[in-house]
Write a protein that binds this ligand. Sequence first.
Ligand SMILES: Cc1cc2nc3c(=O)[nH]c(=O)nc-3n(C[C@H](O)[C@H](O)[C@H](O)COP(=O)(O)OP(=O)(O)OC[C@H]3O[C@@H](n4cnc5c(N)ncnc54)[C@H](O)[C@@H]3O)c2cc1C
Length: 353
Amino acid sequence: MFDLHVIGAGPTGSVAALAAARKGQKVLMSEEHLRAGEPMHCSGLFSKSGLESLKDFFDYRKLIRNDIYGAIIDFSGEQIEIKTKNPIAYVCDRAALDATVAANAEKEGVKVEYGKRITNNYAAQNIIGADGPFSQVATNFAFPKISQYVSTVQAYIKYKSETPKQVEVFLSNEKFPEFFAWIIPHDEELAEFGVGVALPNNVGKAWRTLLRMKGIDYASQVKGAVIPISVRKKTAKRIGKRNVLLVGDAAGQTKATTGGGVIIGSNCARFAGIHCNSPLRYELEWNLRFGLDLFTHRKVHDYLAGKSNVQLQSLGRKIKQMELDRFLSNNGHMDRPTKMIKPQIIPHLLRGF
Ligand SMILES: Cc1cc2nc3c(=O)[nH]c(=O)nc-3n(C[C@H](O)[C@H](O)[C@H](O)COP(=O)(O)OP(=O)(O)OC[C@H]3O[C@@H](n4cnc5c(N)ncnc54)[C@H](O)[C@@H]3O)c2cc1C
């Protein structure tokens, strides 16, 4: 008999399972696919600090494909450059990351069963739903719905980037409604192209626009997926003797600005594993640590999503006038905007008046 049943062997499920096993829980983790990390829908871009925060669970150094020193952000024609002295992020092999964390969980006593889809056949009183954006666990236990999703398309394309160590980001609510397009260099010759649009906008049209912008006629192996960009109003509850917790995409613990969900989701998952028999403590703990950051991402997303292209351009100009690009180059934090509230920002804000 198991103490905890984790549904889904994505990064958040494996982290939750491993954290619980380290607390002495007998854990079963079920994954519907035949291995962890497949099929893959992720750019694999993670902040260095975020990867460091998860080093108890996996060694990211073996997974690095490219190191990233900032970004060129195009505000509908007005570009700002963020350039860091040291790598701020890494492009990693995401499939290998998932496989590594799941293998580490298995090594530390978690029983992992692959090729098993869980519908309602739960094997323990404590359940963690780490089953992705359309969580069956959340549906079965009547959790509040995720209110907004982004639809994405991505593909790897031969591309000689002028900035092979910087990510390119394109903001335009006419071309990429309420999200953005991106190019993430993997090396001198290859990059991941991607677009996201808030549903129900047409992601196919946005994808063709990005390819046209870069003079690319055709891309093979194009993949589509969705990202939740709002947190569920409740992510854990006790139902009779059952404790049911949601983590990662199942909970909507993603950054609404970028759709990135591995770092914060996995950090929340750590608390889910530790407090798998105390829904209240889990919900309190992750909200205390990351609630304000996720809220800030959401507010920034909503602010940008409401701007016309002309307004985005003037915002880009304002950022340059305030030298906020310089501030971000020196003090930027990809995951936790609350960490950027420091005295160094004051002179930049004063330049805005
Ligand atoms: C195009 C794209 C690019 C992205 N790029 C980044 C990025 O660069 N950086 C970043 O941090 N995030 C990125 N993300 C987001 C990131 O991929 C997710 O936030 C992350 O995968 C969430 O992890 P998870 O473990 O919660 O869910 P998932 O990774 O979705 O894992 C859920 C697992 O549960 C399994 N499962 C589902 N239902 C069942 C069931 N009923 N029974 C058994 N198993 C089940 C699935 O097979 C899957 O393995 C991107 C997403 C997309 C779509």
